[in-house]
Design a protein. Structure first.
Length: 239
């Protein structure tokens, strides 16, 4: 029965492939129209009543974990698609989008490793892996320069790509930025203080890689600085 429901949902024009897991194990999401707080009072009341009815139904009939969230839309997060049929029957006119996995294999992969990202293509049509490091303030940003030098010295050209954050840590970029700052008007201090050395306070460096061995090497060298590691599985590989 679940398979039949999932196939029907995937054939809908408002269905979109999901590429992430919500709240650790929810792979399905339904987005319904949610009027904003300045909307007509009657519309707000109707939406409130609809949302309560949906939550009551989920409490009574949904056996798996579920969550709801009212934001720019009213979101329903589900582990399985079984309940979506009832939502379609009762509130189809309010549905904006339904997102879920391509198939059971896709769902299993997402749940097996939360660091797996599903996309149409690899990053830059080439790189399967991505290492990210988010650092705060000028002192922490200094590690970007060290990581960049390590990649240049250790990995073959073309097997990795660094995002723009690393370019901003080079000496040539810093000198150019200091020259620009020196030409600012005397009273223009906000940009100098908030974007000192051309970097925002919170900056994320991303390294795209071809080889898993290089991912392991970076973890060995910079584990305490790495905040996220991701691997791409393309939609074609799920079929």
């Amino acid at each position: 029965m679940t398979k039949l429901i999932s196939e029907q949902i995937r054939s809908r024009p408002d269905f979109k492939l999901n590429t992430k897991v919500y709240y650790k194990n929810h792979t399905w999401r339904v987005a319904l129209y949610q009027p904003q707080y300045k909307a007509d009072p009657d519309a707000l009341k109707d939406a409130w009543y609809r949302n309560r009815c949906i939550e009551t139904h989920l409490k009574n009939y949904e056996t798996s974990s579920w969550k709801t969230r009212a934001d720019r839309s009213f979101f329903i997060y589900l582990v399985k698609p079984d309940t979506i049929g009832k939502i379609i029957d009762e509130w189809e006119e309010d549905i904006i989008e339904i997102s879920g996995p391509m198939n059971s294999k896709h769902q299993d992969i997402m749940l097996e490793d939360l660091q797996v990202v599903t996309r149409k293509t690899l990053w830059y049509d080439k790189f399967r892996y991505k290492i990210m490091s988010t650092r705060y303030g000028d002192i922490e940003h200094e590690i970007f320069s060290d990581m960049q030098e390590f990649c240049i010295d250790s990995f073959e050209h073309g097997t990795y790509k660094l995002n723009d954050t690393f370019r901003r840590t080079t000496n040539s970029y810093q000198k150019k930025n200091l020259l620009i700052q020196s030409r600012q008007l005397p009273g223009s201090t906000f940009q100098r203080s908030f974007f000192k050395n051309g970097m925002p306070f919170t900056a994320t460096g991303s390294i795209y890689l071809l080889n898993h061995d290089d991912v392991v090497t970076l973890h060995m060298m910079y584990k305490k600085y790495i905040t996220k590691s991701q691997k791409v599985i393309t939609f074609d590989e799920l079929e």
